[in-house]
Ligand binder design. Structure first.
Ligand code: NAP
Length: 313
């Protein structure tokens, strides 16, 4: 039987509807949250991501501003920009789009962001708060996945969860959030042995490795929930044909465009899993939704505002 689809697009729309109420309430109190995005250089993927974030602000009625230092920017110059954004009281959220050019010391830049404005949740203080079980601003992708699991009523307490990937922005915070939701969590990475044996014990598998279609049906216990974070662009025809042999629509899309977006989970897993997120339309839309949510939250907390919507959370 085909797995139930967990649609990030549906959850994103719910989150936006709730945020709109909260933004209206803040507006009535004279507060318009503002997100400042820093886009260094002209990496096309980064431009696309930042533009989507700015467009989401416009859709919700949040203020946004875009800062575009050149690719040649130095660490010191970027630190000056972040310091200025920290200082300006009307800026509630600061987002520094990654990756940064090689001459920039990325850690110093991220550590310089005021933790109260750190809407990506990357600052060590916010990571520490998450570890301590007192989350403040949490990394957007894992926080979005928790919203998806909660709203689709996927049980977590007492279950076995396996997170594939241990990055600071997805794998580690994901594992901590699942742990705090009382799952028994295993974190896997590139050195993990016998991966399919580990994942087959799981009620929930979160795949965040950046390896196209690596998770095949033999990795998954029948009925398990599978969350596919991977966003891999496949341009090789043989690979696309191997992955989408039984999905003619996607194969046709590849033939038209010469590339196709593939998750870390093979499409055949949908025949074994109980519930699964599609790619695209699964985790992707939630990342931006949670960035918007973090920006509103940062504004509310920084300015000491309480709204009816926030009181319900
Ligand atoms: P990352 O920093 O490259 O981390 C990848 C992790 O996967 C590492 O911990 C690595 O292990 C592990 N890994 C790699 N190959 C593996 C293998 N064969 N078996 C087991 N583990 C393996 O990547 P990331 O930033 O976390 O992103 C992961 C994926 O999610 C990417 O496809 C990215 O595009 C996608 N993503 C999507 C969204 C979204 O909004 N949908 C947001 C963020 C990221 P080691 O630590 O041992 O190297």
């Amino acid at each position: 039987m085909a797995a139930r689809l967990l649609l990030g697009t549906v959850i994103r729309d719910q989150i936006y509807a709730e945020l709109q109420e909260e933004i209206a309430a803040l507006g009535a109190a004279g507060i318009q949250p503002c997100l400042a995005a820093v886009l260094v250089g002209d990496n096309p993927a980064s431009k696309l991501y930042v533009n989507s974030k700015i467009a989401a602000c416009a859709r919700l009625g949040l203020r946004s501003e875009l800062h575009t230092p050149p690719a040649s920017v130095s660490t010191e110059e970027l630190l000056d920009l972040v310091t200025e954004l920290n200082r300006r009281d009307e800026v509630d959220g600061i987002l520094v789009q990654l990756p940064l050019p090689p001459q920039v010391e990325a850690k110093r830049i991220l550590d310089a962001v005021d933790p109260a404005k750190d809407v990506d949740g990357f600052h060590p203080i916010n990571v520490g708060r998450l570890v301590a079980g007192r989350p403040h601003l949490v990394a957007c992708t894992p926080a979005g996945i928790m919203e998806l699991l909660r709203r689709y009523e996927i049980p977590l307490a007492g279950t076995q969860a396996v997170v594939l990937g241990r990055s600071d922005i997805v794998g580690k915070p994901m594992a901590l959030l699942l742990l705090h939701a009382h799952a028994t969590v295993t974190i896997c990475h590139s050195r993990t042995r016998q991966l399919p044996e580990v994942t087959r014990r799981a009620d929930l598998v979160v795949a965040a490795m950046g390896r196209a279609a690596l998770v095949t049906p033999d990795y998954i216990r029948p009925g398990a929930t599978v969350i596919d974070v991977g966003q891999n662009v496949v341009t090789d025809a043989a690979e696309a044909e191997r992955i989408f042999a039984r999905v003619p629509d996607r194969l046709n899309a590849f033939r038209e465009k010469g590339q196709v977006l593939v998750g870390d989970v093979h499409p055949d897993v949908a025949e074994v899993a109980g519930a699964i997120t599609p790619v695209p339309g699964g985790v992707g839309p939630l990342t931006i939704a949670l960035l918007m949510s973090n920006t509103v939250r940062a504004a509310r907390l920084r300015r000491g505002a309480t709204t009816a919507a926030s009181a319900r959370r």
